[in-house]
Design a protein around this ligand. Structure first.
Ligand SMILES: [Zn+2]
Ligand SMILES: [Zn+2]
Length: 231
């Protein structure tokens, strides 16, 4: 029996004959079936640019607003799950209370999907130094570091706060809080490569656009897209 990391109930591992015959060790899930259902995948009708679920096909309202600011340079975002109460609870416990173990749930939710992306650089959106100090770990890097080879190009300025504590208007007004790390392993020949920015949640897009803009200052030719676990 396995203890579900989300609800604490014990459950039996999924098991079938193929697993028995397979020589590959199957990774054990950390979520029981009931909890897994609490993380709904995004539905079929999505914004073609940011993956948000929309009523009718076409650019969502947020992307239409971004298009006014970036007429030729919208940030293409990929997402897998719809933001739900379960995600809210999970992210509060993970980020606000610093429950490091919960990253395993987030990893389990995207383990398969994230393998389908093929970029040259995977750049996690960093947490501010004061939050990182309080929690002893960087929340976004901790999720993705076990799944992808990460490039830590971006750093966050001290005192720039967390998006989770702001309302939508405040989020949209968030000034540029990122800078490109001096110790980033930057080679002369990487400016044409494809970058995937990584974050846990896409809300207004402000954070990811700020991160993208900063990278573009240093790598003007780079093709940059983003990935967020939920939207
Ligand atoms: Zn559970
Ligand atoms: Zn959109």
């Amino acid at each position: 029996m396995i203890e579900c990391l989300f609800c604490g109930q014990y459950f039996a591992a999924d098991f079938n004959l193929l697993d028995l015959l397979s020589t590959q060790k199957k990774r054990q899930g950390r979520l029981c079936r009931q909890c897994l259902k609490r993380f709904p995948r995004l539905g079929k009708t999505r914004c073609p640019n940011c993956d948000k679920n929309v009523e009718k096909s076409g650019l969502c309202l947020d992307c239409q607003d971004w298009q006014k600011i970036y007429p030729d340079n919208l940030l293409k975002n990929h997402a897998v799950y719809r933001y739900s109460d379960a995600f809210h609870d999970l992210l509060v416990n993970y980020k606000r209370y610093g429950d490091y173990c919960l990253r395993e749930i987030l990893q389990e939710l995207i383990r398969k999907e994230i393998q389908e992306y093929h970029f040259d650089y995977y750049v996690p959106v960093p947490t501010s130094p004061e939050h990182q100090k309080r929690r002893q770990f960087d929340t976004v890097s901790a999720i993705f570091a076990d799944l992808l080879p990460l490039s830590y190009f971006l750093k966050k300025k001290e005192g720039t706060g967390a998006q989770g504590e702001k309302n939508k208007r405040q989020r949209l007004l968030t000034p540029q809080g990122f800078f490109v790390a001096k110790d980033a392993p930057i080679k002369d020949n990487i400016s044409n490569d494809r970058f995937l920015l990584l974050d846990d949640i896409y809300t207004t897009g402000r954070t990811l656009y700020n991160a993208r803009d900063k990278l573009l200052e240093v790598f003007p030719q780079a093709k940059i897209e983003s990935f967020a676990i939920c939207h």
